[in-house]
Structure formats: C-alpha cells, structure tokens
Design a binder for this molecule. Structure first.
Ligand SMILES: NC(=O)c1ccc[n+]([C@@H]2O[C@H](COP(=O)([O-])OP(=O)(O)OC[C@H]3O[C@@H](n4cnc5c(N)ncnc54)[C@H](O)[C@@H]3O)[C@@H](O)[C@H]2O)c1
Length: 300
C-alpha cells in the first residue's frame, strides 16, 4: 500500500536532478508516472530522450508503471500534450509536478534578451502551460459531477523569495511562480485542487559547483541529495495534504520550512496623502527597528 496508489502523476523535467527523484518517489508510493523531459543542456539547448527513458526503465524495473514524454513544456502545445498523454496512457491525471527549468546566470548589465526570454519562458510559462491544461481537464470532470482531487506542485527557489545577484531572469521567473501558485490555489480551490510550491536546495548539475563542498555531514546523511526533496512532493501529492494549499515550502536535507506570504514589517498612516518630503521625514517611523537597506538573501 502506497500513499498514491491508483493516482496518475506528471513530473516535468524528470530526466535528471530533483525531478528524477520526484518521479521515483511518486512511483514508489504507487503512482503511475509520466516522465517528461526534453533532455537539454543546463542552458536549455539541444534535446535527448535518454535521461527520461532511464527514469522510466528504473520505475518499471522496480515494478511500477511509467512512460516517457519529451514535449517542451514551455509551449502551449507541449503543456497540452503531456496532460493528454497521461489521460490517454493511464486513464486519468491527478498530480502535476512542475519542475523543469534552465539556468542562464548573468549580472543584469550583461544579460542578453534571449537569456531573459528563454528563462522566463521555460520556468514561468512552463509552469502555466501545463497547469492551464490540467485545470481545464479537472474542471470538466468536476462539472460532469465527478469528485476531483487534483494536485499541482510548483518549483520556485529561494532566489525567487529573496532575490539573488546574477539571476535577474531566474529570480523574476521563480518569484512569478510563487504569485502564480497563490492565484491558482484561489482559482482552483472550489474544484478540489490544491496548489503549492517548493523552494528546494539540492546538489544537481544546476548547483554542483556550489554544493559539492557541503555534500556530506559527519553521520553520513547527505543533506544535498535531491532525493530528500522528493519526499515532500510525495506528501503534498497525497490525500493527506488535501487541506494544504497556497503554501510555499523551503526544503533541503531533513529541514522543511512553511513560509509565510508577504507580511508588513513597518507602517505609517495618516488620513490624507503624503507628500514626498513628508514620507522622507517619516522614514524613521516606517523602518522603526528594521533596516531600510537591501534585505538579506536568506532567512537563516
Ligand atoms: N538544485 C537546486 O538546488 C535548486 C534550487 C532552487 C530551485 N531549483 C529548481 O528545481 C528544478 C529542478 O532543477 P535541478 O536542479 O534538478 O536541475 P536539472 O538541470 O538537473 O534538471 C532540470 C531538468 O529540466 C529539463 N528541462 C529543461 N527545460 C525543459 C523544457 N522546456 N521541457 C521539459 N523539460 C525541460 C532538463 O532537461 C533537465 O533534465 C528547477 O526548476 C530549478 O530551478 C533547484
């Protein structure tokens, strides 16, 4: 008995890294999995079906069911195809894990137009294109009188929560994914669909130069193993998380943080408009006890 017996899941970008581990955990909990991946380079060039095929082979060898999908999820047609393939192959679609991503890190003054467009397209449109078609599918089922239990799990980043120098394209996309998560959670609530997001930290080709040094703790627990992230996805995808929606989790190793939405940290009020000079004079009150400078990158 698994937490996800009888469910059908899609994981985008599941040929490698975090998505691969998510596909394996969902399958080990009983879900049938569409393993989507274009198999491109870190920057998004080229394509290769073999990483996705390797994940499908691993799932099947362990007694599970899975199929490859090589659509580019950053296109409207790709987003539709992957949903259609899940329904055609396995009879339904219950869990959508939006994970696919690319990286083109540059300081803003060195950024090319294509670096901006491609990163925003793959992450932000790549999340919406699949979610839009999934929402049509689930809403039609709900309108036909079926009880729907849909799950969307998006992938943001601490870069999107706090900003990160050298990643204006990526952090804008990842911040957009947080707002998209809140909006979809509100829109789809009435149809029995939850929408959450994670901001993971793991050692993959995206981060291997940063996390290699920090790979192992003394007791042998590898905090940066991407498999650690996947277990949170297994929970959020399950019926046990039916009451969890519109939430953002920072996760790595054995640590999971539920993050709050934006909250005011300082305030000034009056019964009429402020002039610019009056606001300048009220600056001390607005930032009482807190810094008015660039916020720190992380919360710890
Ligand atoms: N690794 C981390 O610490 C970390 C931190 C924060 C956020 N993330 C996010 O986690 C997700 C997974 O990243 P990862 O570290 O596993 O990277 P990765 O490069 O190992 O995996 C990403 C996968 O997405 C696939 N992909 C890219 N564009 C695609 C497209 N248009 N259609 C289908 N597949 C596509 C790639 O082929 C690749 O296999 C990304 O969204 C990333 O931004 C990762």
């Amino acid at each position: 008995m698994g937490l996800l017996d009888g469910k059908v899941a899609i994981v985008t970008g599941a040929g490698r890294g975090i998505g691969r581990e998510e596909a394996l955990v969902l399958a080990s909990e009983g879900a049938k999995v569409i393993v989507n991946d274009v198999g491109g380079s870190l920057g998004g060039e080229g394509g290769d079906k073999s990483p996705a095929q390797e994940v499908v082979d691993t799932i099947v060898a362990a007694g599970g069911e899975a199929a490859v999908n090589a659509d580019d999820i950053s296109t409207w047609a790709g987003g539709k195809n992957v949903i259609d393939q899940a329904v055609d192959t396995f009879g339904s679609m219950d869990i959508l894990v939006n994970n696919a991503g690319i990286l083109r890190d540059k300081m803003c003054f060195n950024m090319e137009e294509s670096d901006w467009d491609d990163v925003i397209r793959v992450h932000l449109k790549g999340h919406f294109a699949t979610a839009q078609h999934a929402s049509v599918y689930w809403r039609n089922r709900a309108k036909a009188g079926e009880e729907v239990s849909g799950r969307i799990i998006n992938t943001s980043s601490e870069s999107g929560l706090f900003g990160s120098a050298g990643q204006s394209n990526y952090s804008a996309a990842k911040g957009g994914i947080v707002s998209l998560t809140w909006t979809l959670a509100r829109e789809l609530q009435r149809y029995g669909i939850t929408v959450n997001a994670i901001a993971p930290r793991a050692r993959t080709r995206m981060t291997e130069t940063i996390f290699t040094e920090m790979a192992k703790t003394d007791d042998g627990f590898d905090k940066f193993d991407p498999a650690n992230i996947a277990n949170l996805i297994g929970f959020l995808a399950s019926d046990e998380a039916a009451d969890v929606s519109g939430q953002v989790f920072v996760v790595f190793g054995g640590d999971v943080w539920a993050m709050s939405a934006f909250q005011p940290v300082g305030e000034v009020h009056r019964d009429g408009p402020w002039t610019p000079s009056e606001l300048a004079a009220a600056k001390g009150e607005l930032f009482k006890g807190i810094s008015s400078g660039v916020p720190k990158f992380s919360f710890f």
